[in-house]
Design a protein around this ligand. Structure first.
Ligand code: PRT
Ligand code: ZN
Length: 286
């Protein structure tokens, strides 16, 4: 089994879809039938284990899986010895402290001597310690947001994404204590054979990620402003310039990040660029 790697992904939940799409975008084919706990790719030496996200850090640390995709919140909470290879940019959320909406919030001292319900006792405990706060942590595994209304705790510490769950439960977010996104983790003692497969996978993931964060831009420019336009969209090595059929004009092709595009769009138009097209890039190897 040395020439195949095993990756643990969440079976069903907020990480599943994006984890599997990323793997598919890497050109890796596999069958993901409902209810299956294991699957093997038909065109890449990788096997999938579909698990609960809580179990992923432990399985990777123990070597049952070589790699895993999990939220940083779960990873830090479980406190297992693994390597974090890459941030994946999806399932972004934060772990926050929230209190009943009607209560005044004077700052962190609010929590001194209070009881706080959470599913993240380690992250919360470390945070309280770092701020020298004494609070009682009530560990509960689900529906943390109802704890204050049923009198179980005076505050909560839970995952927030849009904030609507807090709002619906009459709570307000007062402190963000941890920011999380999905990460790719690996076992610490992979054999050289496995490491070389992991490298191939990382190469593909990087190409997908770089492609996603960049755009291919095509525009028409009057020749007299080409220098200005090239300085705004320098591209990878340099932009491609092709003459248009109409005398005095060129087509400029370049690659830039979406952010750079929005920053420079006014400048491009001011320099006389027109017919600007922005096209997504599927993969990009720099
Ligand atoms: O069954 P299994 O154990 O595998 O899944 P799970 O139910 O434990 O986890 P799941 O699928 O809910 O979440 C998996 C991971 O997604 C989490 O560990 C986070 O890293 C990430 N994530 C991103 C979130 C959210 N966004 C999120 N909004 N995890 C949970 N929530 C919950 C939160 O607990 C709260 O109840 O959504 C509610 C808040 O959402 P908003 O949008 O109302 O603020
Ligand atoms: Zn879970």
């Amino acid at each position: 089994m040395e020439n195949i790697i095993r990756i643990a992904v969440q079976k069903s939940g907020r990480l599943s879809e994006d984890s599997l799409s990323l793997i598919k975008e890497c050109g890796i084919k596999f069958y993901n039938g409902t209810g299956k706990l294991k699957s093997t790719s038909t065109n890449f030496p990788i096997e999938f284990l579909f698990l609960r996200d809580d179990d992923i850090p432990g399985y990777v640390a123990d070597g049952v899986a070589d790699l895993g995709i999990v939220g940083e919140n779960e990873l830090v909470e479980k406190n297992k010895e693994v390597n974090t290879l890459k941030k994946l940019g999806f399932s972004k959320c934060r772990l926050s402290l929230a209190i009943p909406k009607g209560q005044d919030y004077p700052g962190l001292s609010f929590f001194d001597g209070k009881s706080i319900a959470t599913s993240y006792p380690k992250i919360l405990g470390d945070f309280l310690k770092s701020k020298n706060l004494q609070a009682e942590i009530h560990e509960i595994s689900g529906s943390v947001e109802i704890a204050p209304s049923i009198g179980l705790a005076e505050a909560i510490c839970d995952i927030v994404s849009s904030g609507s769950t807090l709002m619906m439960n009459g709570l307000k977010e007062v402190e963000q204590i941890f920011k999380s996104e999905a990460v790719l983790i690996s076992n610490k003692n992979l054999s050289p054979e496995k490491l070389s497969i992991v490298d191939k996978l990382l190469f593909r993931m990087n190409a997908v990620q770089t492609g996603k964060s960049n755009k291919y831009v095509l525009l028409n420019a009057p020749n007299h402003s080409l220098d200005k336009i090239i300085s705004l969209i320098p591209g990878m090595r340099s932009p491609t310039i092709l003459p248009l059929a109409q005398e005095g004009w060129s087509s400029v092709h370049s690659v830039l990040s979406e952010e750079q595009f929005w920053e420079n769009i006014e400048g491009l138009r001011a320099a006389g660029a027109e017919g600007i097209l922005v096209v997504p890039i599927e993969k990009m190897v720099v």
